[in-house]
Every structure is written in structure tokens, then in C-alpha cells.
Design a protein around this ligand. Structure first.
Ligand code: TYM
Length: 332
């Protein structure tokens, strides 16, 4: 059976970008068609300045939101990365297979290291080695497919390269994974800055729709979305990125086609209004279910405990065989 792995890191509240680029696909398609694992990858949240209590809170919230969005522990495995030691164990081997040049070429490293330097914080070494840990996350489970938004495909390609290299040097251990992304909304843009990705850790929150925003907040953010000075509704990411983003959101929320939808609207105002309502309706059930689940933390704990146990059982033999293959003496 096909194996799928993906994750979300608890560096901020989950956004509409996370939902449309990844989580919705996991819920609607992936958990039904494969042996799938979805993880709150908390170790990755330590690669930038962080507040320990906040990371803990956000990890629980992310896990609760994944369940609220519809991940079903009867169908898939939901767990927290740091509960399964195999990720960190395998990450070191990945660092021994990757080169520093490869790590420095990663777009996210380039962007985030500049941001960390600009704010006077040092760049954590783990920010550079992050893709080795991400490769370990994926490879530890013999993963075939990794459903992610567009911004993560470079990291998945690196995981692919490392799997091929490891297998070539030390014998066949790893399945070679590939990234999959949704057709529409693989890259949701910030409503205030439609040239940049909607990211959960950006400072200006006016352009970010969070999954837990209430209906009025969602409406306000969409209605105030930055558009260009033109008037015609066209789907053109270069010339009219704000409008293209709204059309993508409307299409993703209603199951339509963004290019066809462009022909339906005469004004930016009516496009914004319909998009706002569609996003409100899309998120309503997730927010309601989250409130119910958050009132029952014991249930979420149980799901995470059982998920980690299952994940450990899957990863342990594979990581053990990688340790043997690379030349480490097995403990007796
Ligand atoms: P993270 O936490 O930034 O995002 C989680 C998922 O959401 C997608 N995403 C988006 N998709 C469309 N538009 C957006 N604006 C948008 N923002 C985020 C991301 O592409 C991702 O699929 N490194 C990963 C977490 C990770 C991981 C893994 C993923 C760690 N190990 C192993 C897959 C497999 C990350 O930072 O995701």
C-alpha cells in the first residue's frame, strides 16, 4: 500500500494557506487512498527564535485543528514529531549524506536567515540543517508521496536526492519520495502583499486568514485585500496578483475554476464579497469542530499517544536498517 507522510510546523496559528495547500488534501483525499501519517513537526519550530510555552500551546492547537479539519485516527496516523525519536536519529545520518552547499541553496534558508540577521538574532545552525531533519521525517516511513504546498517542493526534492544517494552508497534502504500539490491554491498569497506567500509567522496579520479567525474577521481581511488599480477581473498572477489570489481562493473554496470565475465578475467589490463568504463557509465547520475538541483535551492526548506508538513501530525498523547500512555497529 502506498505510504504518505506530511507535516505542519507549530510556529504560528494555522492559516488558510496551510489548509488549502495541504491539510484539506490530506483530509479529503490522502487519508482515504493510502497508509498516511500526518505530524505536528515541533522540532522544526525550534529553528527560529521561539517561546517554549507558545510552541507547546501551538503544537496542541495544531493537532486539535488537524482533527477538527477531518483527519480521522481510524484512517490515518496523527502524531507529534518529538514523540518519535526516530526522526532525530535519522536526521543525523541525513546530515552525513547531504552537503553544506545543498543546504545553503534552499530558498527558505536564504529568506529566513536574512530575516533572523536583520532582527539582530543569530541564525540557528538548525535553520541550515532543517532540510536534513525534514528528509528524515519523510524517509523514516518509506514514504512514496508527500502532499505539500508549492513552497515545500524544494525540500521534498532534496529528500529525494538524499534517498537516492544513500541507497547508491550504502545499499537500498529508502523509498524515493515525490511531492504532490493541489491544482488550485498550491500557493496562497498574503492578502496585503500578494507577491508573498501567506505565512503563519509573518508579522503583519492583516493579510493572513487564520483557521480560527471568526467570521467577521475573515470578512474584514478579505474585503480589505490589496488589489491593483485596474478594474477588469482577470486571472493574471503577474499583472494582477491580488485579484488572481482572490480568484484562486474563491475557486478553491467553491470547487470552481479560477480562470472561468474571472469571466463571471464585473467588479472587484463583488468578487471580494463572494470570496469572503465562501471562505467563511469553508472554515465554519473546522472552527466549530475545533471548539468541541478543544473542550476535550483528553481525547486529543489519546489520539497523539496512539499515533506516536504506531509511528514508532513503523519508523524503528527502517531507521535501524539505515544505521546498519551506513556502518554503525548494532547494539546487542
Ligand atoms: P509549514 O508548517 O510551513 O506548512 C504546512 C503545509 O502548508 C503548506 N503551506 C501553504 N500552501 C499553500 N499556500 C500557502 N500560503 C502555504 N503556506 C503553507 C506548506 O507547503 C506545507 O505543506 N517544512 C514544512 C513542514 C515539514 C514537512 C515535513 C512537510 C517538516 N517535515 C515532512 C512534509 C513532510 C513546513 O514548514 O510546513
Amino acid at each position: 500500500m502506498k505510504r504518505i507522510f506530511s507535516g505542519v510546523k507549530p510556529t504560528g496559528h494555522l492559516t488558510l494557506g496551510n489548509y488549502l495547500g495541504a491539510v484539506r488534501q490530506w483530509v479529503e483525499v490522502d487519508q482515504h487512498r493510502a497508509d498516511a501519517l500526518f505530524s505536528v513537526v515541533d522540532l522544526h519550530a525550534l529553528t527560529v527564535e521561539h517561546d517554549p510555552a507558545r510552541v507547546r500551546r501551538l503544537s496542541r492547537q495544531a493537532a486539535t485543528l488537524l482533527l477538527a479539519a477531518g483527519l480521522d485516527p481510524q484512517l490515518c496516523t496523527v502524531f507529534v514529531q518529538s514523540h518519535v525519536d526516530e526522526h532525530a536519529r535519522l536526521s543525523y545520518l541525513m546530515e552525513c549524506v547531504a552537503t553544506d552547499g545543498e543546504m545553503r541553496r534552499m530558498i527558505q534558508y536564504k529568506e529566513k536567515s536574512v530575516r533572523a540577521r536583520d532582527t539582530g538574532q543569530g541564525v540557528r545552525l538548525s535553520l541550515l540543517t532543517y532540510p536534513a531533519l525534514m528528509a528524515a521525517d519523510i524517509l523514516a516511513y518509506g514514504t512514496h508521496e508527500v502532499p505539500v504546498g508549492e513552497d515545500q517542493t524544494q525540500h521534498v526534492e532534496l529528500a529525494r536526492d538524499l534517498a537516492v544517494r544513500f541507497n547508491h552508497r550504502y545499499g537500498h534502504v529508502f523509498t524515493v519520495p515525490k511531492a504532490t500539490s493541489p491544482v488550485v491554491a498550491a500557493r496562497v498569497m498574503d492578502l496585503q502583499d500578494p507577491m508573498s506567500k501567506m505565512g503563519k509567522s509573518h508579522e503583519n496579520q492583516a493579510g493572513i486568514v487564520y483557521l480560527l479567525d471568526d467570521a467577521d474577521t475573515v470578512r474584514r481581511k478579505v474585503m480589505r485585500a490589496v488589489t491593483d488599480s485596474g478594474r477588469e477581473v482577470v486571472h493574471d498572477r503577474e499583472a494582477s496578483p491580488g485579484i488572481a489570489n482572490l480568484l484562486d481562493l474563491l475557486a478553491a473554496a467553491t470547487g470552481g475554476n479560477p480562470i472561468e470565475l474571472a469571466g463571471v465578475y464585473e467588479s472587484y467589490g463583488s468578487l471580494k464579497k463572494d470570496t469572503a463568504e465562501a471562505v467563511v463557509e469553508l472554515l465554519r465547520p473546522v472552527r466549530e469542530r475545533h471548539a468541541e475538541l478543544a473542550a476535550d483535551p483528553g481525547h486529543v492526548d489519546k489520539v497523539l499517544r496512539e499515533g506516536a506508538e504506531r509511528a514508532r513501530g513503523m519508523a524503528r525498523p527502517l531507521v535501524d536498517s539505515a544505521y546498519r547500512a551506513i556502518g554503525l555497529l548494532p547494539a546487542v
